[in-house]
Design a protein around this ligand. Structure first.
Ligand code: AMP
Ligand code: GLY
Length: 427
């Protein structure tokens, strides 16, 4: 099978890395990929919003399966477009309607209500309803959770401690702070608990549970400072034991997949369920229609069976007979980011230490924001490298990632030194 992975970040690097050694694989392409994927795949340059050009490349390269990494092309309808243009192509990633589970928080919440999936109570308002929204804030307790309905690159959720602040944020959101994404705003009950990222592969009828993970969103040590795309991840998570995960499966995963089937959505792909463990009970915070980043980097390391075979079964609607093998080992990803991230940062700094043999055979460096410049690999984004180690314990895995990072440098390099620390005492 010829496979094309769409995207260029750490998530896409890890998916491509995982399928690179599948016996079912003939040729692996990454579009556009990065210097890391170039070592085990062929990178193909292309503008990801140019669907025509993507389709032409797929035909020219005789691609059999496309795996869509990021959410934007899915929400913009890439899957439907390609099904029309190249009916024989297997596409991992839902059609436009299914992608609304991520593309519109209002759509996702109505879906959860319809299929009795536990989530925070909420109401949705548009700019003409500012007074109603303001009155609703008086009926609920702080903190107040405000969410832009549409895609806002992970920045569309604002948590306010006071009602005055919430009203101000509300008027700024209606005033265009998030552009069209903030045309509707959800006001939600605050969920107090610990977050977990749950991953499912579905063919729209059956599903396979992938390993779960925890993401570290804040830029600073001890979960301080602004939110980022994710500074690290851990899999598995000690509190997500079999008892908790069976509640997740029964109360959330099964009704979600049933809902997708009942609504007749064309959905072959990943579902990433962001949830909160509130006193032992799971509540959905959000759906994403793709893998998480940097969760994917940790998750891919723990899948022992052939992911490409599972993806093929999903594309053929044959997931019911698939069995996944998950490693009992622990995986820890630490993101090395550019100084200044998630604010403004410089680019183009040479990265050293990528090829040093440190004897850490169970550590993989997934490239994210990197590019080749002359003879160097240089930084080209906020999140630069995802250093992922697999070991018999969480503590060993985190130590291995930090040992490897000690040999890597670029101007302004920063990483959190406490990834996984909060979970060490929970065992
Ligand atoms: P989202 O983009 O929906 O994942 O939200 C971003 C982050 O905001 C989540 O990862 C949570 O940390 C937080 N968050 C979102 N909704 C809630 C909620 N209802 N209660 C508490 N925290 C929330
Ligand atoms: N790590 C969170 C996300 O991928 O949205």
């Amino acid at each position: 099978m010829n496979v094309l992975v769409l995207g260029s970040g750490g998530r896409e690097s890890s998916i491509a890395w995982k399928i690179a050694d599948s016996p079912l694989l003939k040729h692996l392409y990454c579009m556009p990929g990065n210097p890391g994927t170039a070592s085990f795949a062929t990178n193909v340059d292309c503008n990801l919003s140019d669907f025509d050009s993507i389709a032409n490349h797929i035909s020219d390269l005789s691609v059999d399966m496309l795996i869509v990494g990021p959410e934007n092309p899915l929400v913009e309808g890439l899957t439907d477009f390609l099904h029309e243009r190249i009916p024989s192509l297997m596409v991992i990633g839902p059609g436009r309607e299914g992608a609304q589970l991520e593309g519109s928080k209002d759509f996702a919440k109505s879906f959860m209500a319809k299929y009795s999936i536990p989530t925070a109570a909420y109401r949705t308002f548009d700019a003409t309803e500012f007074d109603d929204a303001s009155a609703f804030l008086e009926q609920i307790k702080p903190p107040y959770v405000l969410k832009a309905d549409g895609l806002a690159a992970g920045k569309g959720v604002i948590i306010c401690q006071s009602i005055e602040e919430a009203r101000q944020e509300l008027s700024s959101m209606f005033g265009g702070r998030f552009g069209r994404a903030g045309a509707k705003v959800l006001i939600e009950e605050y969920l107090d608990g610990i977050e977990l990222s749950v991953f499912v592969l579905t063919d729209g009828r059956d599903y396979l549970m992938l390993p779960h993970a925890k993401d570290y969103k804040r830029v600073g040590e001890g979960d301080t400072g602004p939110n980022t795309g994710g500074m690290g991840s851990v899999s598995p998570v000690p509190f997500a034991d079999d008892f908790f995960m069976s509640k997740v499966e029964e109360r959330i995963v099964k009704p979600t997949v049933r809902g997708i089937a009942c609504e007749g959505m064309k959905y072959c792909g990943f579902i990433f369920i962001g949830l909160m463990n509130c006193g032992g009970d799971p509540y959905v915070i959000e759906y994403n229609v793709r893998m998480g980043d940097p969760e994917s980097e940790s998750v891919m390391r723990r899948i022992d069976s052939d992911l490409l075979k599972h993806l093929q079964a999903a594309a053929k609607g044959e997931l019911s007979s698939e069995k996944i093998e998950v490693s009992p080992m622990s995986s820890v990803t630490v993101m090395a980011v550019s100084g200044g991230y998630p604010g403004s940062y410089g680019k183009g700094f040479p990265i050293s230490g990528l090829d040093v043999d440190t004897g850490e055979d169970d550590t993989v460096i997934f490239h994210a924001g990197t590019k080749v410049s002359g003879a160097d690999v240089v930084t080209s984004g906020g999140r630069v490298l995802a250093v992922t180690s697999l070991a018999t314990s969480l503590d060993e895995a985190r130590k291995a990632s930090y040992r490897r990072l000690a040999n890597i440098s670029f101007e302004g390099i920063f990483y959190r030194s406490d990834i996984g620390c909060d979970l060490l005492d929970l065992k």
